[in-house]
Every structure is written in C-alpha cells, then in structure tokens.
Design a protein around this ligand. Sequence first.
Ligand SMILES: [Zn+2]
Ligand SMILES: [Zn+2]
Length: 147
Amino acid sequence: MECPRDGRELIVEHTHGIEVDRCPQCNGRWLDYDELNQLEATTGATEAERRATIEFGEKPSELDCPVCGKRMKAFNYRAYDLELDTCPEEHGYWLDSGEEGRVRDIINDRVRGLERSASAEAAWGGFLRGIKGGRGRGGGGGFFGRR
Ligand SMILES: [Zn+2]
Ligand SMILES: [Zn+2]
C-alpha cells in the first residue's frame, strides 16, 4: 500500500494488537476501518451511536484512498478540531503526522469529562504509546517532537 500524500510504500507496524501502516517519508498513518471502530467500541457506545457521531463537517479531501484509489472525504473527528480523511468505501482512515497527538489530547479531555471513557483512554493510550515507541525506526522521526 502506498502513502496517499507522497506515494512511498507504507510500513506495517503492530501495536497492541492493532495493525497500522506507517509512511517512512511523511510519518502519516493509515488505520483500517475496523481498527478505529475497535477503539471506538471501547467507549461503550453502541455501533449506531458511534456511526452517527464520529463524522462531522464532512468535505472533499485532497487525498485518494490507498486501498481503492477513490477520492477520500475529510471530516472533523467527533466535532473536535482534528481533521481525518476517510474512504467513502469504508476502507480506513488517514492520519497525518502530528494528528495522533491531537487524538491523545482529545482522549485526555474526554477522560476528565466522562468516567466511562476510562477504557477508551486505556485503548487509545496503549495505541498511541505503541506508535510513539515506533519513532526512530525507518527514519521518519517522531511526530510528538514535531509540534
Ligand atoms: Zn507519506
Ligand atoms: Zn477505499
């Protein structure tokens, strides 16, 4: 699979049981549709609730899906100031370098406000620590240091 931004071959990494494809060039990451869904499931919301609330402010993306080549759509993750790109065929989600840090901040906010998201924090926290642990490999640099 190739990076939708620069065409480099993505590297498969396994973090906490989740398979993530990372670009060694721009350090962006591709999450399969089911993988984000699994993380979302830890919040305790029903699947219908999750589908209804995850995508806000939808607009055309500038990127094509690395799986099927269709033009993706951009949206704000749960109405936060975090833009993700997703395939209209539900192949997955693209996170640019640095956006994972925003996800971490969002989860921290939610943990303060919602006690039921403790399990979500554990899942996302483990996921993000796994990504952070991957820095340095492949020469992509660490996104947490790129603020
Ligand atoms: Zn790239
Ligand atoms: Zn697709």
